[in-house]
Design a protein around this ligand. Structure first.
Ligand SMILES: NC(=O)C1=CN([C@@H]2O[C@H](COP(=O)(O)OP(=O)(O)OC[C@H]3O[C@@H](n4cnc5c(N)ncnc54)[C@H](OP(=O)(O)O)[C@@H]3O)[C@@H](O)[C@H]2O)C=CC1
Ligand SMILES: O=C(CO)COP(=O)(O)O
Length: 338
């Protein structure tokens, strides 16, 4: 059944998901805070800053006005980087209160909040009054915007404690190239999504330094072990980490040049400075911030995350990457299964 959907955030992922939902037959309004971008989307159907060489559906409507975007929407999809999601959710709460609407909320954000270590759904739950919304569904999995834009085959997870809500989103988003599975493990889906970006930076760095396949496979596998350890410490289902929002997303991000996190790591491996890498990416590199949050959280919870710790020292304490790798390889030998 066709629904009216508001998408908040017109970066690469928000805009491509909005376009796909239009093509799925829904009425979609895409909200951006950038006036020039809204004009480009409405007049020329392009979004050059975030998606080169991609033309959007002429049925996609963009707007700067959040009230206009949300009015009448039965579903609101939030695709804002972690840093901005609380602020946007607060604004959305106000708009929904004024409109007296109660849509289902979906988010596709991958990260943890700085200092509080909250997951995106926790920030949304804190900012949007339950009187102004239904449940919160997490949409996550191996899904580069660039591949979805060209209708490449993609499978993701809709995670929600309510199976009804997850199933509704599964049906809304699925089509013949985008297949959505359901999961009730919101904690696992969000930890998998956030933490894989740390390992993706590491994988890019290894490639930038000239390491090969064995090194990448070791990093991905041991990276997954520490992602699972932290997630399980917070109540995640261990099985989620061998699913799409776990190993699936980890593999795509840690092996693809489309990944901003992988590309950032590659450039660091080649000797570029972090500030320079961030400045020139022009899009969010979530893993840089998640590394700090996860490092602090692992210390607080006393969960061993040696790869995350090594990357934290490289990104935030200026340690040489080769030295960090040497320290990782020369730790006390241990068992694979703990
Ligand atoms: N790109 C991808 O393939 C995928 C991305 N994701 C996740 O989706 C989230 C968004 O990523 P992506 O779309 O790639 O990011 P981009 O960097 O491409 O775009 C971010 C968008 O969010 C907007 N934005 C940022 N902060 C705010 C704010 N405070 N208020 C309003 N708008 C804001 C930006 O607006 P402005 O231009 O004005 O700064 C821009 O439109 C991330 O958590 C990412 O990990 C998940 C799956 C795939
Ligand atoms: O999460 C993603 C793909 O699933 C996108 O990863 P990047 O942010 O590294 O591009």
């Amino acid at each position: 059944m066709a629904e009216q959907i508001a998408v908040l955030g017109a970066g690469s992922w928000g805009s491509v998901l909005a376009n796909m939902l239009v093509e799925n037959g829904h009425q979609v309004k895409l909200w951006s805070r950038n006036k020039e971008q809204v004009d480009q989307l409405n007049n020329d159907h392009v979004n050059p800053r975030y998606m080169h060489d991609f033309t959007y559906s002429t049925n996609l409507v963009a707007t700067n006005d959040m009230t206009a975007a949300v009015k009448g929407a039965t579903v609101v999809l939030i695709v804002i980087p972690t840093k901005g999601i609380r602020q946007v959710a607060r604004k959305l709460d106000k708009v929904l209160g004024e409109l007296d609407q109660r849509p289902l909320i979906v988010h596709a954000t991958k990260g943890l909040e700085q200092n509080t270590y909250k997951r995106p759904s926790e920030m949304i739950a804190e900012e949007i009054d339950p009187m102004h919304r239904q449940g919160i569904v997490v949409l996550s999995g191996p899904s580069h915007a660039e591949d979805v834009a060209i209708k490449d085959m993609t499978a993701v997870t809709a995670a929600c404690i309510s199976l009804n809500s997850a199933t509704r989103i599964q049906k809304l988003f699925s089509n013949n190239y985008f297949r959505v599975y359901t999961n009730d493990d919101v904690i696992g889906a969000e930890f998998g999504a956030a933490l894989k970006n740390i390992i993706a930076i590491g994988a890019g760095a290894l490639q930038g330094l000239g390491y090969h396949d064995n090194a990448r496979a070791a990093l991905i596998t041991r990276g997954l072990a520490e992602i699972r350890r932290l997630g399980v410490a917070f109540g995640a289902n261990p099985m989620t980490f061998i699913g799409l929002s776990g190993v699936g997303d980890l593999v795509v991000t840690a092996t693809s040049k489309n990944s901003r996190n992988w590309r950032a790591g590659y450039q660091l491996g080649q000797g570029r400075q972090l500030d320079d890498v961030i400045e020139h990416m022009g899009m969010v590199i979530e893993g840089v911030y998640t590394t700090k949050a996860a490092h602090e959280l692992s210390l607080k919870r006393q969960v061993k995350m040696p790869i995350t710790d090594a990357l934290y020292r490289v990104l935030y304490e200026g340690e040489d990457i080769k030295n960090a790798i040497s320290q990782l390889m020369n730790r006390d030998l241990t068992s694979e299964i703990e």
